[in-house]
Design a binder for this molecule. Structure first.
Ligand SMILES: Cc1ncc(COP(=O)(O)O)c(C=O)c1O
Length: 217
């Protein structure tokens, strides 16, 4: 048997481990009101798996997501193109299950979210690092990585990026670099797997960085 995990001893006083919010900013009364109103309207459906609405998730939320990515991202998708998952972790797991087989290669940002690493290690996938600077993935360095892989006969299955509020550096990739990244990925025929879990946390100015989704482009 492997050694048991140590018991959790509580959060550290200054805890930067997860994306925690300010406790004082949780709109408790509004949440109670919204929950009560939805329960009155649709609570009986809790008796059914998936509220009896199928495996893709609550249609109202899917309509909201489709509308949001259309208005803020120019992505022309309808509610039927949206799948609601239990946090990004399940989305990452599903994308990897669809795209990857043991022995495949993917490119990740050199410092990145450990959820990707754990999932990819379990799948037996090779990970190659793309160097970062204060604006995110360095395009010149990524070109070198892609070229080196190509010489070995390897086409990576995707380039994974959290371009908006990178974990852990916090960088936001500028628009011109996003265009360069797309052009480079297109040149090498490699899809980009973008995780936008933090993009709603930007304030002001950065319209390009205001949508929340995990997806392939
Ligand atoms: C880049 C990134 N993606 C996904 C997650 C996990 O998100 P969720 O809590 O929605 O599963 C995290 C959490 O730290 C993250 O940093």
């Amino acid at each position: 048997m492997p050694a048991p995990a140590p018991r959790w001893g509580g959060n550290a006083k200054f805890n930067f481990i997860g994306g925690h919010n300010d406790r004082t900013l949780i709109p408790i009364e509004e949440l109670i009101e919204a929950t009560a109103s939805v329960l009155r309207r649709e609570g009986a459906d809790l008796a059914l798996y998936g509220l009896g609405l199928g495996p893709q998730g609550y249609p109202g939320l899917r309509r909201f997501v489709a509308d949001k990515v259309k208005r803020w991202r120019g992505i022309d998708a309808g509610p039927d193109d949206v799948l609601i998952t239990q946090g990004s972790g399940q989305a990452i797991d599903l994308v990897n299950a669809v795209l990857l087989e043991p022995g495949d290669t993917v490119i990740l940002e050199e410092f990145t979210y450990q959820g990707y690493l754990n999932n990819l290690r379990r799948l037996g996938v090779k990970m190659v690092a793309a160097p970062l600077d204060e604006d995110g993935i360095r395009i010149d360095a990524l070109a070198g990585v892609l070229d080196g892989l190509k010489r070995q006969g390897t086409i990576p299955k995707y380039i994974c990026t959290t371009a908006t509020i990178q974990n852990p550096t916090g960088s936001i990739m500028p628009l011109d670099r996003r265009h360069q990244l797309l052009a480079l990925a297109r040149d090498y025929g490699v899809p980009i797997f973008e995780d936008e879990c933090y993009s709603d946390l930007t304030w002001g100015g950065m319209q390009a960085a205001t949508s929340s989704a995990t997806g392939i482009s």
